[in-house]
Design a protein around this ligand. Structure first.
Ligand code: PMP
Length: 422
């Protein structure tokens, strides 16, 4: 407790108290803050962004291929022509024209939806947070692939949900493991609120759920009365160009779909969406109102203009080609340099490769040595809530050039080889 009794210190006088108590406000925080932990990726950001370090750590999209001049021109015109709307509050549901266009985007994955079914969010991360806020009380169980997206685990933790991981193999989430996990959790008398899944070009797994497994997973969840949250920011970034059918296209009643323009257009605009059945959608709009009043009107209208004035599908093809080239560079370098005993996934889309080192290697402990040798990655433990992942690491090929990828993998292979000889 601080010298102010139960009262937190005022923000004007934190320095002295924080030296004495480390955190002068700690007695005042809500219990749920205990579940909020800094992501390992954020901690890595500062070192990994030094120019001499090849960062295979972050998942930043490569925006160099965007036609920035022409987008800039559209933004200027938007404000000149429609600034009174673009710079004004909007509805928590999202800009109507954009919601119509989002339905066209989702049609590429076989989804038929009405614009009213779409709620626009400030990135799909916000959608994840809202869904968890709506569904989870402390102690509720969320099923998620093991490993799973670190940002989702962060949101789940912030609402004190318990995460039960379900194993994947090369074809994605395993139906038998899902059945077993459901039975086990139910036996313990706990409530499962939803299955959170990334079916396409998984982050961090680099794996895609096989088409023949999709109906099976949906059937298992439907039978057990478990909602499916389909998180699909990479779905249009497949390297053979043909998108997989979304889970939502196969079950409109039991799947909530999260989409994003972060990887197909621009992550800094923070525009994503949730496609949900009516009752959930109403809760989402109320949640968005209480959190932010409405998502930013300006960035929604920028996306909308971009979609109507640019060849956005052609741009996605450019992104696909660029990422495929980088994936190829990473695969070739891994084949050439990695020591015996390392295995890795072979993604056919998205940004990430999941590498497993031989027994005895601890990728978290190894990371400072890797950074000293000027290469960074994310160690596997951050993608699990159960302590797994110590032999694994996530490597991203989205941002560095092919030469840097090759050099980064070469350095990493040296570090791993040394580690294995220790
Ligand atoms: N889900 C997954 C699987 C992701 O990889 C990311 C971004 N890294 C997000 C959601 C969040 O994306 P955004 O908020 O930028 O739409």
């Amino acid at each position: 407790m601080s010298e102010h009794g139960n009262q937190p210190a005022t923000p004007e006088q934190p320095a002295e108290n924080s030296v004495r108590n480390l955190d002068a406000y700690r007695a005042a925080y809500a219990e749920r803050t205990a579940g909020m932990t800094a992501s390992e990726i954020r901690a890595l950001f500062a070192v990994a962004s030094r120019p001499e370090v090849v960062s295979l750590a972050g998942g930043m999209p490569n925006l160099a291929a965007l036609p920035l001049d022409s987008i800039g021109g559209e933004v200027a015109r938007l404000i000149a022509e429609d600034g009174q709307v673009a710079l004004q509050y909007g509805s928590a549901h999202g800009v109507p024209e954009l919601r119509e266009q989002i339905c066209d985007v989702m049609a590429l994955e076989g989804i038929t939806a009405h614009p009213d079914d779409v709620v626009v969010t400030a990135g799909s991360q916000m959608g994840l947070d809202m869904i968890t806020r709506i569904f989870c009380d402390p102690g509720d169980v969320i099923l998620a692939e093991g490993p799973s997206y670190v940002g989702a685990l962060g949101s789940f933790g912030a609402y004190q949900a318990e995460i039960v991981h379900v194993a994947m193999d090369d074809d994605g989430l395993q139906p038998d493991a899902l059945r077993e996990a459901i039975a086990e959790v139910q036996q313990q008398g706990k409530r499962i609120k939803f299955l959170y899944t990334i079916p396409n070009f998984h982050n961090p797994g680099g794996i895609t759920l096989a088409p023949e497994r999709r109906p099976q997973i949906l059937e298992i969840c439907k039978e057990a009365g478990i909602l499916v949250i389909e998180d699909n920011p990479y779905g249009l970034l497949g390297f053979d160009g043909k998108p997989y059918q979304a889970l939502r296209s196969m079950d409109a009643d039991n799947v909530v779909y999260l989409g994003s323009f972060s990887k197909t257009f621009a992550s800094g605009l923070r525009v994503g969406w949730v496609l949900a059945p009516l009752a959930i959608r109403e809760k989402l709009v109320l949640t968005a109102e209480s959190a932010t009043l409405c998502p930013p009107t300006l960035t929604q209208m920028i996306v909308s203009r971009y979609l109507s004035t640019h060849d956005w599908q052609g741009q996605i093809k450019i992104f696909q080609e660029q990422y495929r080239e980088r994936r190829d560079a990473m695969m070739a370098a891994l084949d050439q340099y990695m020591p015996e005993g390392c295995t890795w996934t072979k993604p056919d889309g998205g940004f990430f490769v999941w590498l497993t080192a031989p027994e005895g290697v601890d990728t978290k402990a190894m990371l400072p040595r890797a950074v000293t040798q000027r290469v960074a990655y994310v160690s596997g433990t951050g993608f699990y809530k159960n302590g797994f992942g110590s032999r694994q690491m996530r490597l991203s090929f989205c941002y560095p050039t092919t030469d840097r990828i090759r050099e980064g993998v070469r350095r990493l292979a040296n570090v791993l080889t040394e580690e294995m000889e220790l």
